[in-house]
Design a protein around this ligand. Structure first.
Ligand code: DAH
Length: 339
């Protein structure tokens, strides 16, 4: 019986050491120490032993039971430790992983430039005026002194809704709305969309943006126009920026000019951006034609004014060195997120 006990002990220990999970360990425990377990069966059968043998076998069986219980407890501890170790390893947080970034929205580059220009002019005392994109032909052309045979009135250049109504081809009609029925001084800027019957290419779009400026008051001269635009150019392109006026022709201004700024990349020496010129054309301007003032009921003996119009796409493209206008309308985040 002693030998039988020792065999039970040995096989129990072997099974305990072989198990790899808690459930199997519990099964081993039950199969040896449970009510119907192998060791329990031995203890039950002790009644058949002689009086000398019984205490010896009893003591040995008890010793083995205590030993197995202890072995099971140790095994259980080591299984639990291994499991914890495993979980820690699997659930580890890698603090070196880059955080998931929150992508915040931003203004479209055109809106950014519009806001920047607006801010500069508002800082000089201009107010923001608005006009409709669907405009009267009269405001877009006639009142602005564009004669009936002016090429810009052609079907090929203008989206007409009816002979009297069109999609404005410029922000200049806001000048008319700002002057009619108002008494100077008037100092407005007006950014907005304009439309022309153009094929889409790298430098044309049937819809684009302008920012119009208008000042009317007593004793306003070309000097005021030059000073205002020179100040704007310095504020926007940098303190060293020079301004150049080249004679031009617009129906609604006399005299008229195209305005260039010294290249902000090369400072005027000539580079890729200014195409070796040293100068970059940025806008059209001039003294408001007396006929335009009269069309709005403004007394030309008392008042004079200047106006200017900036193409916003052009400014964005110059500023960021963008060589194709279509990028501005494609809503491709790979492009837009760069600004
Ligand atoms: N409206 C002109 C255009 O679309 C731009 C312009 C030129 C506006 C001279 C003006 C100006 O107010 O004085 O080409």
């Amino acid at each position: 019986m002693k030998k039988q006990l020792e065999e039970i002990s040995a096989s129990a220990k072997a099974e305990i050491s072989a198990v790899t999970d808690e459930a199997s360990l519990r099964n081993v425990q039950v199969s040896y120490l449970g009510k119907k377990g192998k060791l329990t069966a031995i203890l039950r059968g002790m009644g058949a032993l002689s009086a000398e043998e019984r205490p010896l076998i009893g003591a040995l069986a008890n010793e083995i039971r205590v030993d197995l219980e202890e072995t099971i407890k140790l095994k259980l501890d080591s299984l639990k430790a291994a499991e914890l170790e495993n979980r820690l390893k699997n659930e580890k947080i890698d603090v070196t992983l880059p955080a998931r970034s929150k992508s915040t929205g931003r203004f479209h580059p055109l809106s950014q430039v519009e806001n920047e220009l607006t801010e500069i002019f508002v800082g000089m005392g201009f107010e923001i005026a608005e006009g409709p994109e669907v405009e009267l032909s009269y405001n877009n052309f006639d009142a602005l002194n564009a004669p009936a045979d002016h090429p810009s009135r052609d079907f090929q250049d203008t989206f007409y809704i009816s002979p009297e109504v069109l999609l404005r081809t410029q922000t200049s009609p806001v000048q008319i709305r700002a002057m009619k029925g108002k008494t100077p001084p008037i100092r407005i800027i007006s950014p907005g969309r304009v439309y022309r019957f153009d094929e889409v290419d790298a430098t044309h779009s049937p819809m684009f943006h302008q920012l119009e400026g208008l000042v009317v008051g007593k004793g306003i001269t070309m000097g005021d126009l030059k000073g205002t635009l020179a100040m704007f150019a310095k504020a926007y392109f940098g303190e060293e920026t020079k301004t150049r006026f080249r004679p031009h022709n617009f129906p609604f201004t006399e005299p008229s000019a195209e305005v260039d700024v010294s290249c902000f990349v090369c400072g005027g020496k000539g580079c890729r951006l200014c195409k070796g010129e040293g100068w970059i054309e940025i806008l059209g301007a001039g003294m408001v034609h007396p006929r335009v003032l009269e069309n709005c009921g403004i007394d030309t003996d008392v008042y004079s004014g200047f106006a200017f119009g900036v193409g916003l796409e052009r400014i964005v493209m110059i500023k960021y060195g963008i060589d194709d206008m279509r990028y501005l309308y494609e809503n491709d985040l790979r492009f837009l997120s760069q600004f």
